[in-house]
Design a binder for this molecule. Structure first.
Ligand code: ADP
Ligand code: MG
Length: 238
């Protein structure tokens, strides 16, 4: 079980309110995509869910438990960043096992988990290489692998494909959907790319200026946008 509930969630930086009251339920094993223009607060919201950013007001519940009662490391979440943030001096295997090493997991158990994740992501032949010897798509898979080894209940993705070229983005979209099937995890995915949202989501959340404009299945939003913003954002060809 991994549900995430946002109740009247708000975030201010100083006097500036960035997240202006977000209500949303994410179901167990759902693939939810937050989409909206640059600066609308997507990353801030994701960082709040991850516990990297304090909540100014409202409640965040993970599996029904208030988040402030649970330390970020105990929430069963793992975040994948746009920048990959791999350690250049470590091998792929060491990069993928790093969080486990910090958590005090034994070498044998680490190796088993890294191998299993590498298999799923087709990284097995690359485990002894260093990040600079990998392509952009391979590096992105390593960043995802680093999350998988922690066996999270919820994956948080912040624009994970935006540094990849168009062809690779298409391929990685398919791989991420496969992964969602295989891991049976809940996924919360942030993007400014309408195509990603339309192709991958069970449920799309359209954000604008720190608020939700509309929530619905891709076709629901496409066929029945609530307002011009949603119509323009989801309907516009790119
Ligand atoms: P998005 O990911 O949708 O592009 P962000 O969540 O990164 O949007 O940012 C939303 C707004 O919050 C932006 O105007 C950004 O400048 C502001 N912001 C984000 N982080 C901080 C911070 N630590 N301090 C002040 N303002 C911030
Ligand atoms: Mg962002």
């Amino acid at each position: 079980m991994a549900t995430v509930e946002l109740k009247g969630l708000r975030k201010s930086f100083g006097a500036l309110e960035i997240i202006k009251g977000i209500d949303l339920s994410v179901e167990d094993r759902e693939f939810v995509v937050f989409v909206g223009p640059s600066g609308c607060g997507k990353s801030t919201l994701l960082r709040m869910i991850a516990g990297l950013e304090k909540i100014s007001a409202g409640d965040l519940l993970i599996d029904g438990k208030r988040s402030n009662a649970v330390a970020p490391a105990q929430r069963g979440l793992a975040m994948v960043f746009q920048s990959y943030a791999l350690y250049p001096h470590m091998t792929i295997s060491e990069n993928m096992g790093f969080a486990l090493r910090i958590a005090g997991i034994s070498r044998a158990e680490r190796a088993a988990k890294v191998q299993a994740a590498a298999e799923v992501l087709q990284l097995t032949p690359l485990l002894q290489r260093r990040p600079k010897e990998l392509s952009g798509g391979q590096r992105q898979r390593v960043a995802i692998g680093r999350a998988i080894v922690r066996n999270p209940k919820v994956f948080l993705f912040d624009e994970p494909l935006s540094n990849l070229d168009a062809a690779l983005r298409v391929q990685m979209r398919i791989e991420l959907m496969r992964l969602h099937e295989a891991l049976k995890a809940t996924m919360i995915y942030v993007t400014h790319d309408q195509i990603e949202a339309m192709t991958m989501a069970d449920k799309i959340v359209v954000m604008n200026g720190g608020r939700i404009e509309q929530v619905g299945a891709p076709l629901e939003l496409y066929n029945r946008p609530r307002n011009l913003f949603v119509a323009g954002f989801i309907g516009s060809p790119r």
